[in-house]
Design a protein around this ligand. Structure first.
Ligand code: ADP
Ligand code: ASP
Ligand code: MG
Length: 467
């Protein structure tokens, strides 16, 4: 039985033009697959607004979060006003939007009433996940209006996660059980489930979210748990590109990538995909496509295992924020590494996965990545946490901390083609390199943030000229 999961991002569902495209894509694909499942994100910018509302509620700024709720209501109502919906469908949708936002206001009020106490993290996740619940209802109504059997489904009943609020990881076994019970019967009845991305719940039923950009992860987890044949991510660019096209206008689409390459790319900062989504797909060898919702005729990027064997080449360059720590001494690095790990775990609920370090008798340097799924404030929060903890080390006063940018070049066999490595370093002539690390298909270089734009452009020139 051929099964396709299609995830539509915030730009696709945020405007009527995107929703019109979504509808025609679904009308086309429903004829070609036995089972079709949709995953939707919140309208573009909505999650940021919800995070801001939760923050204001914690500060008991009632006027602030009420203003956000009013703006969100107006935006969602204006969107459905412009959609070709029947009167019944439209007024049911208006009632749903009002109910969800009213419940969210209630949650904000309760946070504000108890602002002198530590906020319950599940209350914050319940607030920030409302955007996906609103979007799923809008998309499902649009499908029904067009004679498709769309039903909005809240993934809180499906995606069962650990209790790392704000950046949770699904438990595939428990999720698979839920899917078999709740989703499979619907698919047998030819219903198209429109599932909320980004959100889940703990075994105890407390709301969680999967980290920023988490709807991609939802699509991947569903794909694995329902044995999908393919997972497609529909977004606002032509596919996975040689670098972020918003930063460098000469970026071009990469037709094929291996799971390993795309995992490195996402891990090292390319916002296009959530970093943890690749692992489950790779394990099950489920092909992933990334396509432009506004250009459905283009094939986009295909990620699969065959791409593992392609010939040596530089494929993409990306960047991510990190923090560097330096001390004018040699000696063991493990005390500082342990300190960083504890601070990171406290702030983001995740352990350090990548640490670039270098050492000599007169110098020690460590730099670690702040995952993009940890959210915008993570860098600042980790810095504050580390500043508090550094004095607990015997030589804590010797360490200086500074923001760093990690530039990563992705390519096939980057590790074995020394000519490629040499050309990268030559391209960075004049840029101070603070540290370096090599993977099988990646080379990461730590630079000062002020040099990062130039470094990316220079390496990108190499990528598009193939080394
Ligand atoms: P969505 O709402 O569809 O999930 P995102 O904003 O999360 O969209 O991801 C798409 C964006 O990712 C693009 O608009 C682009 O600016 C950015 N991006 C970063 N790196 C890349 C890359 N290598 N290729 C394509 N897009 C990239
Ligand atoms: N809406 C969520 C976010 O903005 C999830 C997603 O877009 O994938 O992070
Ligand atoms: Mg995204």
């Amino acid at each position: 039985m051929d099964t396709l999961i299609m995830k539509f991002g915030g730009t696709s569902v945020g405007m009527t033009t995107g929703l019109t495209q979504l509808l025609s894509i679904v009308i086309y694909e429903v004829e070609r697959w036995d089972r079709l499942l949709l995953v939707v994100s919140a309208l573009e910018g909505v999650t940021d607004a919800l995070i801001e509302a939760a923050h204001l509620a914690q500060l008991a700024n009632r006027r602030g979060y009420r203003r956000i709720v009013t703006t969100l209501r107006t935006r969602h109502l204006a969107l459905i006003e412009n959609l070709p919906l029947g009167t019944v469908e439209r007024s049911a949708l208006q009632a749903d939007i009002d109910r969800l936002l009213f419940d969210m206001l209630d949650l904000c009020q309760s946070l504000a009433d108890h602002h002198d106490q530590q906020a319950k993290p599940e209350a914050i996740d319940a607030i920030i996940g409302v955007g996906e619940r609103l979007a799923a209802r809008i998309v499902a109504a649009l499908l029904r209006q067009n004679n498709l059997r769309g039903v909005a489904i809240d993934a809180t009943d499906l995606i069962i996660t650990d209790n790392v609020y704000g950046n949770a990881t699904p438990n595939l076994e428990l999720t698979r059980e839920r899917i078999t019970t709740h989703l499979t019967p619907m698919l047998e009845r030819k219903i198209i489930p429109v599932i909320t991305g980004f959100i889940g719940s703990t075994v105890a039923g407390k709301p969680t979210t999967l980290g920023r950009g988490g709807s991609d992860y939802t699509a991947s987890v569903l794909g694995v748990c329902i044995d999908a044949d393919e997972v497609w991510i529909w977004t606002d660019v032509d596919g996975i590109m040689t670098t972020d096209p918003r930063e460098v206008s000469t970026a071009t689409v990469i037709p094929t990538l291996s799971y390993e390459e795309v995992a490195e790319l996402a891990y090292f900062g390319a916002r296009i995909l959530h970093a943890r989504m690749i692992g489950p797909l790779r394990e099950r060898q489920i092909p992933l496509r990334v396509r432009n919702v506004f250009k459905p005729q283009a094939t986009g990027t295909l990620v699969n295992e065959q791409a593992e064997n392609s010939k040596p080449a530089l494929k993409a360059v990306t960047s991510i924020q990190g923090l560097g720590l330096m001390a004018p001494r040699g000696g063991p690095l493990h005390p500082i590494a342990a300190l960083v790990d504890e601070a990171l775990f406290k702030v983001s609920g995740t352990h350090t996965e990548v640490m670039i370090s270098s050492q000599s008798s007169s110098h020690s340097f460590v730099c670690f990545v702040i995952s993009t799924s940890a959210g915008h404030d993570a860098l600042h929060n980790i810095q504050v946490e580390l500043e508090e903890r550094l004095p607990t080390l015997p030589d804590g006063d010797q360490w200086t901390m500074f923001p760093a940018t990690i530039i990563t070049v992705i390519g096939t066999q980057v590790d074995s083609l020394h000519r490629l490595l040499a050309s990268i370093l030559t391209a960075l002539d004049g840029i101070r390199i603070l540290g370096m690390a090599q993977g099988r298909c990646s080379l990461s270089l730590v630079v000062e943030p002020r040099s990062s734009e130039r470094a990316i452009r220079q390496i990108h020139d190499l990528v598009i000229n193939n080394g």
